[in-house]
Ligand binder design. Structure first.
Ligand code: EPU
Length: 419
């Protein structure tokens, strides 16, 4: 099993370009099921979750693969979908698989997707996805761990989500594009990935207004067609690379990213004392001193993203004084804390908050984590730790970061992958 070995202490400097957004891509791939003919996605990151989604689309009977000429383009043609059933093996590995349910029922009249169950970062129910699809008239049945949704023709409806859910908003929005009449989604997620999905659906022929606000209005249309779409840069990968720059007191330019989608992250990074400057498609960070103490509270967009909480915490471990990080989105997203403590960090957990007292050094150790962002946090910590940090279970990182060790290496990090 692969592991990543980092010799900490090198100051990172230079320029690095982010890959396309993993989370945007996964929703866009599900949306391809709605269009007649082929959808082509460019700037797709070469990460494990994308491979899972390709495998899932193929299991449904769609043609779905990487382009033969371009290693960052995927082509999806749903015309041959035969068995609208997402198998447990794939859904279990990746919860985002559940996003195919809305498109399947809207386009093919029925969909069967295994109940995803819990995952490393919390219980993560899917009740809001189901509430939305039911409101659109889909009949939902749970049969031996498989959720079935039927509905010959969905009907527009007014739906108010009880909690803000990104994939739930996307799933129901996709289903509503082919419903009869108007659907209004209230308390919708406002993430850039929701906006990007709405933009692509509109180019496929959908009529969606308000994406990016908490009220999305969808006028159903009879059919959608496949399109070509270029996936935007990954704001969480960008944030992770900036954190790597900060923890090594480096000077790093991250390109291929719209900084507007990173406002809350960049604000917090500035509060730590890092110098941040932006252009339309890049962010530059320079950090010369230990970070100042800050308070971070994760919450849905436009607030600070839960997906960057762990990586920023690594930086705060070497801060000048005490910081507090509060996680409000997921109930179990502090798995990196015990590992950081093993590296010498001083962190006390108190319910949903982590109290971090800055220390002057972190010490390398063998570490492992059980989810993607926790693993990224350990990579960041390893870059500044004294000695050789070995990050095990690298497959978590490979789910969402493309060639991260090569990118860090290009910035001067002493990092290698071992098989
Ligand atoms: N929730 C419910 N009921 C639902 C759906 C969600 O109670 O029906 C709760 C969840 O349990 C959680 C909160 O709502 O407490 C927010 O979850 P959300 O549904 O927004 O998460 P998601 O859509 O399943 C996406 C990203 C995650 C990211 C979250 C929050 C994808 C593929 N995944 O998940 O990304 O953390 O939004 O921003 O888009 C990651 O990339 O590492 C990752 C986990």
């Amino acid at each position: 099993m692969d592991r990543i070995v980092i010799t900490g202490g090198t100051r990172l400097s230079g320029e690095v370009c982010v890959s396309g957004s993993k989370n945007a891509t996964l929703a866009l791939m599900a949306a391809a099921l709605l269009g007649r003919g082929e959808t082509v996605l460019e700037n797709v990151p070469g990460v494990r979750d994308v491979e899972h989604m390709l495998a899932l689309l193929r299991a449904l009977g769609a043609q779905a693969d990487w382009d033969a000429q371009d290693s960052h383009t995927v082509r999806i043609n749903p015309e041959s979908v035969a068995t609208p059933e997402a198998p447990y093996e794939l859904v279990r590995k990746m919860r985002a698989s559940f996003m195919v349910l809305g498109p399947l029922v809207a386009r093919f009249g029925c969909g069967r997707v295994s109940e995803p169950g819990g995952c490393a970062i919390g219980v993560r129910p899917i009740d809001q996805h189901l509430k939305g699809l039911q409101a659109l008239g889909a009949k939902i049945r749970l049969d031996h761990g498989v959720i079935e949704a039927f509905g010959a023709r969905l009907q527009g409806a007014s739906i108010s989500f009880d909690t803000v859910t990104v994939n739930g908003t996307q799933n129901v929005m996709m289903a509503a594009t082919l419903a009869d009449g108007e659907t209004v989604l209230d308390n919708a997620a406002r993430e850039p990935e929701v906006v990007e999905l709405a933009d692509m659906l509109n180019r496929m022929g959908a009529e969606i207004r308000g994406a990016g606000s908490d009220r999305v209005v969808i006028q159903g249309v009879p059919e959608l067609r496949g399109v070509s779409h270029r996936v935007s840069g990954d704001r969480i990968e960008a944030g992770t690379l900036l954190a790597a720059g900060m923890i090594t007191r480096g000077d790093v330019l991250v390109t291929g990213i719209d900084p507007v989608t990173m406002d809350s992250m960049l604000d917090k990074m500035r509060e730590t004392g890092a110098q941040i400057t932006t252009t339309v498609d890049s962010v530059h960070v320079r950090a010369d001193a230990p970070s100042e103490p800050i308070r971070v509270v994760t919450a849905p967009y436009p607030s600070f993203p839960t997906d960057m909480q762990a990586q920023l915490m690594a930086v705060l471990c070497l801060g000048r004084s005490s910081s507090v990080v509060t996680e409000t989105v997921f109930e179990n997203r502090f798995m990196h804390v015990p590992e950081l403590v093993r590296m010498g960090a001083d962190i006390a957990l108190d319910g949903r908050s982590a109290h971090i007292r800055g220390v002057s050094v972190l010490a390398a150790a063998p570490v492992m984590a059980t989810d993607l962002r926790a693993s990224a946090c350990l990579l960041v910590a390893g870059l500044a730790a004294r000695g050789e940090t070995v990050v095990n279970r690298v497959y978590h990182i490979d789910r969402g970061y493309e060639r991260i060790e090569e990118k860090l290496c290009s910035l001067g990090a002493e990092i290698r992958r071992e098989g």
